[in-house]
Design a protein around this ligand. Structure first.
Ligand SMILES: NC(=O)C1=CN([C@@H]2O[C@H](COP(=O)(O)OP(=O)(O)OC[C@H]3O[C@@H](n4cnc5c(N)ncnc54)[C@H](O)[C@@H]3O)[C@@H](O)[C@H]2O)C=CC1
Ligand SMILES: O=C(O)[C@@H]1CCC=N1
Length: 256
């Protein structure tokens, strides 16, 4: 399968890295005005739409800024995009209807990935366009399953699913940065503190994924009666931690 990725910023780069690391037989082509991306990513880079389309991609992934997605897709149609090519848009705020208007003859679908797709550990929210055929759904799943976990949701849930999945890595980075600073303030060197923090977050997530306990019950295993952890949990509540997390996710998800 040939996959053309248009827009090699943070997300486009992460997707190319995930695809090229995978064991799937995929050939990845990139569109960028930055020729140095060819060395960085070890894939052919094209700076004209026509030149990439001439390679016959089966799938096109749009990872340009959301405000340009519709215009870039319309330009690709003008540049000769074959109507069989499956078009996937990673933009947080572009709808299936927007994509259909720009490329009425192509199978089109929106999805929202997150940065861990770079190491095939992503969380991708996917909402199929109503008219997408089963064969095209299989192609889409082949591509996206390669990048990590995929959650299929109705389109009216895509914004919140994409926010919890797509934006939260940044919120977790803020949490980890704060934990690291606290450890450093008690004399731990930053490198060791960073290693401990990343290990804790990774191990906690793995345990939650393999356990049938709720997050609250998992927390209950750690808060020994009269112990140290419950003091920290109460401090989080006193400082508005939960309210801050709710506010961050709802702010990123935008207005209903
Ligand atoms: N960064 C993330 O974690 C996530 C990003 N996304 C989506 O991915 C898209 C890109 O976001 P980022 O990578 O963060 O932004 P970015 O600014 O890092 O990358 C955007 C890239 O698109 C290129 N570009 C701009 N206009 C273009 C055009 N007309 N044709 C081709 N390339 C063009 C830019 O040169 C840049 O390399 C957005 O639509 C965003 O909503 C979705 C989920 C997560
Ligand atoms: O910040 C953004 O707009 C993108 C969408 C999800 C994560 N990053």
């Amino acid at each position: 399968m040939k996959i053309g990725v248009f827009g090699l910023g943070h997300m486009g780069t992460a997707i190319v890295q995930g695809l090229t690391r995978s064991e799937q037989a995929v050939e990845v082509l990139g569109y960028s005005s930055n020729a140095a991306k060819a060395d960085e990513l070890q894939v052919p880079i094209y700076s004209r739409y026509e030149d990439l389309l001439a390679q016959g991609p089966d799938v096109v992934i749009l990872t340009v800024p959301a405000k340009y997605v519709v215009a870039v897709l319309a330009d690709l149609v003008q540049a000769g995009l074959d109507s069989k090519v499956v078009v996937l848009s990673a933009a947080a705020s572009v709808t299936n209807a927007d994509l259909r208007r720009a490329a009425p003859k192509n199978p089109v679908t929106t999805f929202i990935p997150n940065i861990p797709v770079a190491i095939n550990a992503g969380t991708t929210a996917l909402s199929y366009n109503d008219s997408i055929q089963e064969a095209d759904q299989r192609v889409i799943r082949t591509v996206l399953d390669t990048l990590g976990d995929v959650v299929v949701v109705k389109e009216d849930q895509l914004a919140i699913a994409g926010t919890v999945g797509g934006c939260s890595p940044a919120f977790i980075d803020v949490l980890m940065d704060a934990m690291e600073d606290a450890a450093v303030s008690r004399g731990m060197d930053r490198q060791t503190a960073a290693a401990v923090v990343a290990s804790v977050v990774s191990g906690t997530a793995k345990l939650a994924q393999t356990s049938d306990k709720s997050f609250g019950d998992l927390k209950g295993q750690i808060t020994s009666p009269g112990g140290t952890t419950i003091k920290g949990v109460l401090a989080l509540d006193q400082h508005g931690f939960r309210a801050a997390v709710h506010a961050a996710i709802l702010a990123a998800a935008g207005d209903e």
